[in-house]
Design a protein around this ligand. Sequence first.
Ligand SMILES: N[C@@H](CCC(=O)N[C@@H](CS)C(=O)NCC(=O)O)C(=O)O
Length: 211
Amino acid sequence: MGRAKVYGVAMKLYYMPGACSFAPHVIVHEAAISLQPVMVGRDKKLPDGSDYRDLNPKGYVPALMLDDGTLLTEASVVLQYLADLKPERKLIPPHGTMERYRVLELLTFISSEIHKNFSPLFGPRTPEDYKNQLKETLAGRFGLLERALVGKQYLTGDQFTVADAYLYTVMRWTKPMNIDLTPWPAIQAFMARTAARPGVLAALEAEKVKR
Ligand SMILES: N[C@@H](CCC(=O)N[C@@H](CS)C(=O)NCC(=O)O)C(=O)O
């Protein structure tokens, strides 16, 4: 079980190393949030030997267990919840602003158009033809992200947000999938810039995954 800085353990983040749960893990470090990260094994076993599915019937990560035992799932929602705990860190714009809707728009885009087009690429039974089709779809989506990132540090400008943590997390998967990012230089620059952030480095170290 990886342990980030524990400031007074109660809330728990369930994660698998390098999976989409890495995005909320980054936000935990970016915002210095007090929680205990708990690693879920590929066999769905928790460090105490119990079955993760007994706790979260969805069986996938991330999941956030709040201090009162409430379980919150779905990466985009867990990201919003964590960022809202520390509004002064500006990891998500305030409620009711157009800036917030823009970040929510990005989270949904990353979830449905990037994350979920990557997922079947990891499946050992996914047919090669379908994998190639998915890679073509992803390349089209990368073109949109490239345009969004040109001339900017992060997706919304100079401020790092939950959308950037999520985008960095899913774009890391281009490496194991042997997808060359050379055609998208603004995405490449974004990846290098984000990888150097202390919050990202701390999350990488906590999950014992490579940059
Ligand atoms: N809709 C979920 C999907 C989460 C998801 O795909 N999690 C993957 C890791 S990226 C997972 O836990 N896979 C292991 C499994 O399903 O057994 C979300 O957005 O949080």
